[in-house]
Design a protein around this ligand. Structure first.
Ligand code: GTP
Ligand code: MG
Length: 370
């Protein structure tokens, strides 16, 4: 709870309600015994009385990275799967993403200029898939280290003329560590010297065994360059999504993750976020990492202004006071003051830990000279 009545506060502070009311008046707050006081006022009040109060912030407000889902089944709707593409350098990740994107621009969207918003959605057989632009292994690891689970499945691209390489193995271990379903896209099958079976053979070492060899890993042969096999890949993604039944409740305040953010010369701080739960609306107050904001405008991956964004939707938002970091959790709040207070508290905590780090560094430096 973010508030308490005057009566409850008095009990907490071991004071009479009348004393508390008097003190509040001296602080410029006219209150009755049943009036709700917010945390900041309670803290001020405690300070006035010289009482120390420890504030335990409920999990769903401050550590919203780890919020538990208590949604009723009937509140949940199927949401698009969120897919990342990983693989070794030059194996064709970008080409594949581009091919998928450009072959799936539907008539209605053709007018919109495709924005680079760190993620985009395609629609196939009336079903949507959200792709995260290849974040690179470092960004992926950083996000995971910070507890941000943004993706539902991973496509591992392996060039059929090159085979399994160090970053292929790295990608596999990332995906496995995150517990993500893996689809192997064997790319560049158009190239002379391409040997898709050799790739399959090599991958059995990493427990990725195709169905025809008795395993349960989905392999798709394709050529991103010639745009063959793309439909197969998309169908397999939808199949994995169907099996895993990815769902979310659209009827609550939005929660998600910052994919990337920057300072725009004209628009100020801009963040590209993935809404993962709930629905984000223009005008919503929110916290992204340590930053407070209020959604001023929202643009989708087709460059269109939108008023609301539901689960698995990537959007670009403006209205932030600062630039958050990639991987920062994002959460909308009904109460702007609460959002501000949480952002403040977080940046104070961060400043303190930075201060500690600096102190440590200084001490280390000192020791070096002794
Ligand atoms: P990094 O982002 O550097 O890790 O590379 P990437 O995995 O994104 O590879 P990218 O898509 O940039 O492709 C690397 C090269 O392979 C480019 O020259 C592509 O044109 C080429 N390429 C990608 N897919 C195919 C394919 O299916 N067939 C052939 N022949 N060439 C391809
Ligand atoms: Mg690339």
């Amino acid at each position: 709870r973010g508030s308490m009545t005057v009566g409850e506060t008095a009990k907490l502070l071991h004071k009479d309600a009348s004393e508390v009311i008097k003190k509040l008046i001296t602080m410029g707050v006219m209150a009755t015994i049943n009036q709700e006081l917010d945390i900041d006022t309670i803290l001020l009040l405690a300070g006035e009385f010289g009482v120390e109060v420890e504030v335990k912030i409920p999990v769903d407000e401050d550590s919203f990275e780890t919020v538990e889902e208590n949604d009723m089944d009937e509140e949940l709707i199927t949401r698009p799967p969120v897919v990342t593409i990983m693989g070794h350098v030059d194996h064709g990740k970008t080409t594949l993403l581009d091919a998928i994107r450009s072959t799936n621009v539907t008539g209605g969207e053709a007018g919109g200029i495709t924005q680079h918003i760190g993620a985009y959605q395609v629609e196939i057989n009336h079903k949507k898939i959200t792709f995260l632009d290849t974040p690179g292994h470092e960004a992926f690891t950083a996000m995971r280290a910070r507890g941000a689970q943004v993706t539902d499945m991973t496509i591992i691209v392996v060039a059929a003329d090159d085979g399994v390489m160090p970053q292929t193995v790295e990608a596999i271990s990332h995906a496995k560590a995150a517990g993500l379903p893996i689809i192997v896209a064997v790319n560049k099958i158009d190239k002379p010297g391409a040997d898709p079976d050799k790739v399959k053979q090599e991958l059995t070492k990493y427990e990725l065994v195709p169905e025809e060899w008795g395993g349960d890993t989905i392999f798709v042969n394709l050529s991103a360059k010639q745009r063959t096999g793309l439909e197969d890949l998309l169908e397999m993604i939808l199949l994995v999504a169907e099996v895993n039944e990815y769902k979310a409740n659209p009827d609550k305040r939005a929660r998600g993750t910052v994919i990337e953010a920057e300072l725009d010369k004209n628009r100020g701080p801009v963040a590209r976020i993935l809404v993962q739960h709930g629905t984000l609306r223009v005008g919503d107050a929110f916290v992204a990492g340590n930053c407070f904001g209020r959604v001023r405008a929202m643009v989708n991956d087709k460059g269109r202004k939108i008023k609301e964004a539901g689960p698995s939707t990537p959007v670009e938002i403006t209205g932030l006071t600062e630039v958050p970091q990639a991987g920062d959790p994002f959460m909308a709040f009904e109460d702007e003051r609460k959002a501000r207070a949480i952002a403040d508290r977080r940046s104070t905590t961060q400043r303190q830990s930075e201060l500690n780090i600096n102190t440590r560094v200084t001490l280390d430096d000192l020791f070096k000279h002794i």
